[in-house]
Design a protein around this ligand. Sequence first.
Ligand SMILES: Cc1cc2nc3c(=O)[nH]c(=O)nc-3n(C[C@H](O)[C@H](O)[C@H](O)COP(=O)(O)OP(=O)(O)OC[C@H]3O[C@@H](n4cnc5c(N)ncnc54)[C@H](O)[C@@H]3O)c2cc1C
Length: 409
Amino acid sequence: MGPDLLRDFAPEVCVVGAGPVGSFLALRLGAAGLRTHLIERRAQPPARSMAIGVMPPTLRRMAALGLDAELSLAGIRVRRAVAHDERQVLGFLDFSSLPPPHNYVLSLPQGALVSALWRRLRGEPSVVFETDCTVEDIALDRWGAAVRKIASDGTARLLRCQFLALCDGARGRLRTRLGPDSFARPYGPRFVMGDAPDAADWGDEAHLFFTPFGSLESFPLPDGRRRWVALMRPGDPEAPAAALDERIRRLTGAPGRAGDWIGTSRFAPERRLAPRYFHGRAILCGDAAHVMSPIGGQGMNTGLGDAARLAEALIAILRAGADAETELRRYQRERRRVFLRAAARAARGMWLGTRTGRGASALRSALIRFLLGAPARQSSLARYFSMWSLPDAAPLLERDSSPWKEAPA
Ligand SMILES: Cc1cc2nc3c(=O)[nH]c(=O)nc-3n(C[C@H](O)[C@H](O)[C@H](O)COP(=O)(O)OP(=O)(O)OC[C@H]3O[C@@H](n4cnc5c(N)ncnc54)[C@H](O)[C@@H]3O)c2cc1C
């Protein structure tokens, strides 16, 4: 699209940031015919390893755009997780009891999810999608917002819109223009993470080890790879690859990789919640509004739920004449409630994954054996981990249904 056309395309909504959350929001708005302008600093989807767990309620939301089948076929459908301590298997968590057709947790790297959303965005007639362009500043007035954006060739332009959605992620700085930023609170423990060609003999299963010397999680990835995540302990090798190799050998008795590590990193989980999700006509969505520990795999999924709910609110305001303040207050109330529930779960997941020492570990093993020991408890745990038991999930079962019928895996 040429610059003149860009200038003449007056958007109703401007979305800053085309990570998973901003991309999904723009697609939902575009599908409803809202004129949307999406601006992203990157030229390409990110290659860095981040989220891999796409939860069933998210797939149900993707089904509204007909994207669930494409994503499911690109990822690995994880139907079973196996919990171990250092000596034995403690139990199994079976996701196949979840409501079909999405009765699994989909393992799909965040970059692959974003690529699929970008491909769809390029064909969406109501969305102008500008990559390689950074929003430098924003300003609000009672009619809407103005955005100052700079393209990679240095050209600066102003863009006006009626509503501005900030989906610029945890590191985005634009929210500080709206008011004081919230503090990030570190949980304390640090983790190492890496992806490698898969040498474990576990097929599509996830395996979780909870031991006195630290935890280790292992998830299948597409293209014959596996993701490994380990709690860092004092005395661990400083290099993430060496720390992972050692932990995997110690806990599984075998090398986990059949080739070189493809990207390793360290991370120190944090929690942050913005005091407000909207200021006038500027709205925060996804990691721009909140961050929780990645342990438990809920951050991106919660953000995608924000995006779906914000799209509903903006469609009601701009197409059905609903009152903006009332709709955005509802969005804020409902989505903060979901965040608080999800973050409390992430904190429990952190507790479980960071106990070390013989006594605490024995207690944890007994708890896990109890929780996974009876079919009724197992199936409510499957709903819990798959995010079906969060307050925003139940209405999805009634409202959206996927026309996609899964082929045998
Ligand atoms: C190690 C790790 C593992 C994780 N695993 C999981 C998991 O398994 N499941 C899960 O649900 N979550 C997981 N998460 C969390 C998940 O990665 C985030 O919640 C998710 O990335 C949030 O998406 P977002 O679109 O809000 O923000 P981001 O993905 O950060 O996207 C923000 C986008 O905005 C762009 N941007 C920023 N500033 C500007 C600007 N000024 N102008 C234009 N563009 C801009 C950025 O380039 C970026 O593309 C994990 C996180 C980490 C760190």
